[in-house]
Design a protein around this ligand. Structure first.
Ligand code: PHE
Length: 380
């Protein structure tokens, strides 16, 4: 069963409530439908819930300010349950049943890679807020992303490990079930070796595994100075806990997949002294970031993580393109998204390149006391 969540907020809703008027049912042409697919439940639910919370906030703001092209936006959200096979199903539903004009999603690269060919074939623009594996946008000219890609992210963390942490020997622990993890492993290794480092152990696991002691024991014996763990938050947290149990006190490094409040809930002190790359820092004093955090906190009573910020930016980038296209006609909309340039988002300035990727800086965060603090910004 899929959970379809429909968000349709009207600027005038509050007024209608106080005057007690019943709102007329909207006809199709009165609204612009945008589809969203996300992992609202299952193994990576934290990602989907956050990106959805960010997207929802943006669409509510846009509708309250009058919508786009004189119409309100109806956001139709489908839960893919963090399950392979579901992204394809739910995106087909959004396109063929709901007739959405564009699709937002997903966070996890494997999920976006599965859905992208369906959007491409149907000629419906898709914007992923957060999938960083290069393959996603290679699926065709209707597929876009508003975040950086993993060849860059891998390089950032390889250089950080070597140059900032002074590690010349690294181990890598890869989730072979995730395109994200496999890709990031490759790019980290390439750069780490290029700049004179040595990868002394490469171990792997599968998403959902809970026991990493065998891999960590092998890694410990290889005597690295840092361990790169390009995993999602649940496995990353368990790996950190078990590494500490085995007496491995080395810093672990990760990528954006670590970014979830759940990482700290599960791992506690085990991730203190660890580092990961990310799309934005909550400590960024800029007005754009602090305004967004305040609005998000007021609505969701939580501090937004990177997926929330990227979900928010993805909705605004799409609506900006609809405005510039002057229509939701698929090819006009595709061309307008493709020419997104200098859009000032919460996660930085978004300009799409000829491969439909955003070239943006990454931040490196250090974990201490259950909190990730800003260390550095690395430009592309
Ligand atoms: N970049 C990850 C992927 O492609 C997803 C992710 C983005 C996770 C941002 C956390 C924060 O799979």
């Amino acid at each position: 069963m899929t959970l379809a969540k429909i968000l349709l907020t009207f600027g005038a809703t509050a007024l209608l409530f106080v005057t007690g008027c019943a709102k007329q049912a909207e006809t199709d042409s009165d609204v612009i439908k945008i589809g969203q697919f996300a992992s609202l439940t299952g193994g990576i639910a934290s990602f989907g819930q956050s990106s959805d919370a960010g997207t929802t906030l943006a669409i509510e703001e846009i509708n309250a300010a009058g919508g786009v092209l004189g119409k309100q936006i109806e956001l139709i959200t489908e839960d893919d349950r963090s399950t392979a096979g579901e992204p394809a199903n739910v995106v087909r539903k959004l396109i063929h049943r709901d007739k959405v004009s564009a699709v937002l999603g997903q966070v996890a690269s494997s999920m976006s890679i599965e859905a992208a060919p369906i959007c491409q074939e149907a000629g419906i623009p898709m914007i992923t807020p957060a999938s960083t594996n290069p393959e996603v946008t290679e699926k065709g000219d209707f597929i876009f992303r508003i975040c950086f890609i993993d060849p860059f992210q891998g390089k950032v963390m390889a250089k950080f490990a070597k140059e900032n942490l002074g590690a010349s020997k690294s181990a890598i622990l890869t989730d072979v079930k995730q395109d994200y993890s496999v890709g990031l492993t490759k790019y980290f290794k390439e750069t780490f070796e290029e700049i004179g480092g040595e990868v002394v152990a490469e171990q792997s696991f599968s998403s959902g595994d809970t026991d990493f002691k065998a891999q960590l024991t092998t890694i410990k014996a290889a005597d690295p100075e840092v361990i790169f763990v390009p995993a999602y938050y649940t496995e990353a947290a368990l790996i950190a806990l078990q590494a500490r149990e085995l007496g491995i006190e080395l810093p672990l490094c990760g990528g954006d997949g670590w970014d979830s409040p759940k990482l700290f809930e599960i791992a506690g002190k085990a991730v203190d002294g660890c580092y990961f790359s990310n799309h934005y820092s909550q400590e960024d004093p800029s007005e754009a970031v602090q305004d967004f955090i305040a609005k998000y906190k007021a609505k969701h009573n939580a501090v937004p993580d990177a997926m929330a910020a990227l979900g928010y930016d993805s909705a605004y980038v799409l609506v900006d393109a609809i405005k510039r296209a002057g229509s939701t006609e698929p090819e006009a909309l595709r061309d307008a998204i493709a020419t997104t340039s200098g859009y000032k988002g919460v996660t930085g300035t978004i300009t799409l390149d000829e491969n439909r990727n955003a070239s943006k800086p990454a931040v490196v965060l250090k974990i201490a006391g259950g909190k990730a603090s800003y260390v550095a910004t690395v430009a592309p």
